[in-house]
Design a binder for this molecule. Structure first.
Ligand code: URA
Length: 239
């Protein structure tokens, strides 16, 4: 790829800034200064900016425990975004895969792999998402059965079936809900449809990814090799 593109992708500056650095002789490839921004480099080349070696990374994958109070976006004028928590990224083109509400916590994948994001989010792929929720009121057998059939949340079609498990009964119920869609505010609207309010919501899993118990809200870590293997398209579609 072009040297200026390589540097921009790694966040060395804007395209025009990195062109200036290159023309000023601040960039070396294999120890030799290169002054043409259009010069081609390979991922394996040793590229240095001001003598500091850059490490080329094509894709990055982070598992993030989103805390409440930050928006799932790359930019926002009013709130902290999920991207503000990811400090160690090499690339500048990372984005969150899917969306959690401002007050929702839990598992969020952050990557720059658009093809994987599509595999996980496309409605036709039916990727399972499991949530833990506290809801006000008692979750009856009828509600469990209704969720299993699909719920009318005021759109043309009922939701796809949701598997609702009651973890703790009471005036405030604790539940686990697994759904295969990602409609806007879907979990909250499914409970609203049966006259209940979600008081707390946390995503526990998305496809084969699970929220690790030792990852506190606001923390993140790179995906492990095992998790990456589970996200390969052939593995995902075999589920
Ligand atoms: N459903 C919701 O209502 N909110 C979320 O953040 C995720 C799923």
């Amino acid at each position: 790829m072009r040297l200026d593109k390589y540097l921009t992708e790694l966040g060395a500056g804007s395209r025009s800034e990195v062109k200036k650095y290159i023309r000023a002789g601040l960039v070396t490839v294999g120890g030799v200064p290169v002054k043409r921004p259009e010069e081609k480099v390979r991922e394996t080349d040793e590229v240095c900016l001001r003598g500091k070696k850059l490490c080329y990374v094509r894709y990055e994958y982070y598992l993030f425990h989103k805390p409440a109070g930050c928006v799932t976006a790359t930019e926002d004028a009013r709130h902290r975004t999920v991207m503000d928590y990811i400090h160690s990224a090499a690339r500048r083109d990372l984005f969150p895969v899917g969306r959690l509400d401002l007050d929702t916590e839990g598992l969020l994948l952050i990557t720059n792999d658009g093809a994987l994001a599509h595999e996980l989010l496309a409605p036709a792929k039916h990727v399972e998402k499991t949530y833990y929720a506290k809801v006000d009121g008692r979750v009856t057998e009828d509600i469990v059965n209704l969720f299993e059939k699909g719920v009318d949340i005021g759109e043309k079609k009922l939701t796809k079936p949701g598997i609702l498990e009651v973890l703790r009964e009471g005036d405030i119920s604790e539940v686990r809900l697994t759904i295969t869609e990602g409609r806007f505010h879907q979990v909250k609207r499914m409970f609203e449809a049966v006259g209940m309010r979600v008081l707390y919501l946390k995503r526990l899993s998305m496809g084969p990814l699970r929220l690790p118990e030792d990852l506190a809200p606001g923390e993140y870590r790179p995906l492990t090799d095992e998790e990456l293997a589970l996200l390969k398209p052939e593995t995902l579609s075999a589920k």
